[in-house]
Design a binder for this molecule. Structure first.
Ligand code: ZN
Length: 332
């Protein structure tokens, strides 16, 4: 099922407003360059935009109806005036761009407008890029190009200067979470992962990573033991933590997870319980947040951030964790 204009407005509100304006104010550019990380909706929005350009009965003048022949054919990828070029192997070849040009030099098959999209535009061969450049220099009246890239710095300046560049922001945690749940991740895990990565694919990978799934449980447990007493916490470090968090990057990830717990306490203190990541621990965290002054909480968070910094400057991870556990105990 294709994403609607509305769906995409939730994910990339600024981009959608910009595109909407270009249509309603009759300022559609000849060429756009959509740039942003993987999973930020570039392809979905290209499709939605192509539909809004060709739709027979757009709502409010820009929003595709999703029901007309044009919308339906774009959704199924077989509209004769809408072309998507994807790389053939490692690169986009000159012949692919040539083929497109031939296709476009004919009179439009049906619609007044033609749209072509080039995914991974940074992967164009030199020949392909030069061919495209000629095409961009002499744009046909009703042709709209949508180039997409995750690597803006790899786009030739000559191409860049002929495109209107639209930047796609990384997804917000709520959007990542929603997408992960759509992929049938359990909501609690989706919530944690959405705060660790802004990339849905990386998130799905993490959910299959046994180490990570286990890691978040160990971090919660460490936090709970910390609340009991420091001796037990130090023991827990020895018995469970260090056997799981061996590499420096692993410890770093562990600290990120621990920080999420303290942020949860902060959200509770600020009465923003909807933002709490570990919703399954809400009751417990509420009691803790009640007994912790905002100043102490800020200090605790500072200690974790400090530990992250020290970790990167080569402090022994074991000493660092022991020190952290003692610091987090103080006055709590
Ligand atoms: Zn339509």
């Amino acid at each position: 099922m294709d994403k609607t204009w509305q769906d995409m407005s939730q994910i990339q509100p600024q981009v959608m407003t910009m595109l909407q304006n270009s249509i309603t104010k009759n300022r559609v550019a000849h060429a756009y360059l959509f740039e942003g990380e993987k999973g930020t909706g570039k392809q979905e929005i290209s499709n939605a935009f192509a539909k809004s350009l060709l739709c027979e009965a757009p709502t409010a003048g820009y929003e595709p109806c999703e029901l007309c022949r044009n919308c339906k054919r774009i959704s199924s990828g077989n509209h004769p005036d809408v072309h998507l070029i994807e790389r053939d192997g490692l690169s986009i070849k000159k012949e692919q761009i040539k083929g497109l040009q031939e296709e476009f030099s004919k009179k439009s098959v049906e619609a007044d407008r033609k749209v072509y999209m080039i995914a991974d535009a940074d992967k164009m061969s030199v020949g392909a890029a030069n061919s495209l450049l000629k095409f961009l220099e002499e744009p046909l009246a009703d042709t709209v190009a949508i180039l997409m890239t995750e690597q803006l710095q790899r786009i030739l300046p000559t191409i860049l200067s002929r495109c209107q560049v639209i930047s796609f922001k990384p997804l917000s945690p709520e959007n990542v979470k929603r997408k992960l749940i759509e992929q049938e991740l359990e909501p609690q895990l989706a919530s944690v992962i959405a705060h660790i990565t802004q990339n849905v694919e990386a998130g799905i990978e993490l959910s299959h990573d046994e180490w990570f799934v286990q890691a978040q449980k160990i971090v919660v447990k460490l936090y709970e033991v910390l609340k009991l007493n420091s001796l037990k916490a130090l023991l827990y470090l020895q018995e469970d933590w260090f056997t799981h968090f061996k590499e420096r990057e692993q410890v770093d990830r562990g600290l990120d997870l621990l920080l999420l717990i303290y942020k949860d306490l902060l959200y509770i203190q600020l009465d923003k319980k909807d933002f709490v990541v570990f919703q399954n621990k809400l009751k417990e965290f509420e009691t803790h947040a009640l007994h912790l002054s905002p100043r102490r909480l800020a200090e605790h968070m500072g200690c974790i951030l400090e530990a992250k910094r020290k970790l990167m400057s080569n402090t022994n991870p074991q000493l660092l964790m022991e020190q952290l556990v003692l610091n987090l105990q103080e006055g709590s």
